[in-house]
Write a protein that binds this ligand. Structure first.
Ligand SMILES: Cc1cc2nc3c(=O)[nH]c(=O)nc-3n(C[C@H](O)[C@H](O)[C@H](O)COP(=O)(O)OP(=O)(O)OC[C@H]3O[C@@H](n4cnc5c(N)ncnc54)[C@H](O)[C@@H]3O)c2cc1C
Length: 257
């Protein structure tokens, strides 16, 4: 089975994020594999181990993405492709990323593509479905269970806490939701082996893509942090007085009519 995983290098949102000049400050930020992509990698490994085949991890990024790509190889992926767009394009969006990924995949024999349900930084959840659309294959998002029997696939997907069971067939793209599995940590032998696994570095030229083919369809106007939370007020005194004071504050400060 030919399995592909779409993997994004993201900054760690557990770390403090700062913004300067309208863009997120990358200096000092910690970079990680997008957590939902770890579920995708783990599921790919389990599918390969059960059904045979090969896993290729693909990432659109820059040369620093190699660290996260090597981690995916250390977890157990067989090979990787890093499409380095750093020198070719300045502004990209979800269309750009999906178009690049689909261009790479379009002449490959694809059985299963796994992506994360959402990137914890950009957070649009668009890239997986867009790639499937461009490849003209079915997709199921936010999956929590995947069963493959020949070319028949049964998927359970999370629908805001409820579950939906869907039957479909390969080739297929799925996006991973939390709960799909417990991603493994790379083992020491895994890390050693990963250094020798094939990692292809490509540029846009290698994909026969021109800048205008992948020009962003959207433009980010502004990025800003949520306003700082102000300290809460604790009312004191008799309950009846507190209620009166609360009603007054709701009118005057919270502007409730
Ligand atoms: C050349 C280029 C320039 C860019 N310039 C800017 C910029 O100036 N400002 C800005 O804010 N953003 C920029 N971006 C990033 C872009 O806007 C989005 O972050 C990116 O398209 C992913 O969208 P998302 O974060 O909403 O991911 P989602 O759609 O939420 O991600 C869902 C899943 O899609 C897959 N996926 C997402 N991104 C990638 C990837 N890169 N490689 C492999 N798989 C992936 C993963 O499986 C991920 O879990 C640029 C991207 C490119 C390619």
């Amino acid at each position: 089975m030919n399995i592909f995983v779409l993997m994004k290098r993201t900054f760690d949102t557990e770390e403090k994020i700062t913004i300067s000049g309208g863009i997120i400050n990358e200096d000092g930020a910690e970079f990680i594999i997008n957590p939902y992509d770890e579920y995708a990698i783990e599921e790919a490994i389990q599918v390969r181990d059960a059904h045979g085949g090969e896993i290729t991890v693909i990432s659109v990024g820059n040369e620093e993405s190699e660290k996260q790509v090597r981690t995916a190889l250390a977890m157990g992926a067989d090979k990787a492709v890093l499409i380095n767009t750093e020198d070719d394009i300045e502004n990209g969006d979800q269309f750009t990323t999906a178009k690049i990924l689909a261009e790479y995949l379009k002449d490959k024999e694809v059985d299963l593509i796994l992506a994360g349900n959402v990137a914890i930084d950009g957070g649009s959840g668009q890239v997986g479905p867009r790639v499937a659309e461009l490849l003209n294959i079915p997709y199921v998002t936010t999956i929590t269970k995947l069963e493959i029997d020949g070319s028949n696939v049964t998927v359970v997907r999370d629908v805001e806490g409820d579950s939906e069971i869907i039957e479909t067939s390969l080739p297929l793209l799925v996006t991973a939701q939390q709960g799909l599995n417990e991603p493994r940590y790379p083992s020491l032998p895994g890390i050693m082996k990963a250094k020798k696994k094939p990692l292809d570095e490509l540029e846009l030229d290698d994909l026969d893509l021109e800048e205008e083919d992948i020009e962003a369809k959207t433009k980010t106007i502004e990025i800003y942090l949520p306003p700082k939370k102000e300290a809460g007020k604790v009312l004191e005194g008799e309950i009846a007085d507190q209620v009166k004071e609360l009603v007054r504050l709701l009118h005057t400060e919270a502007k409730v009519d």
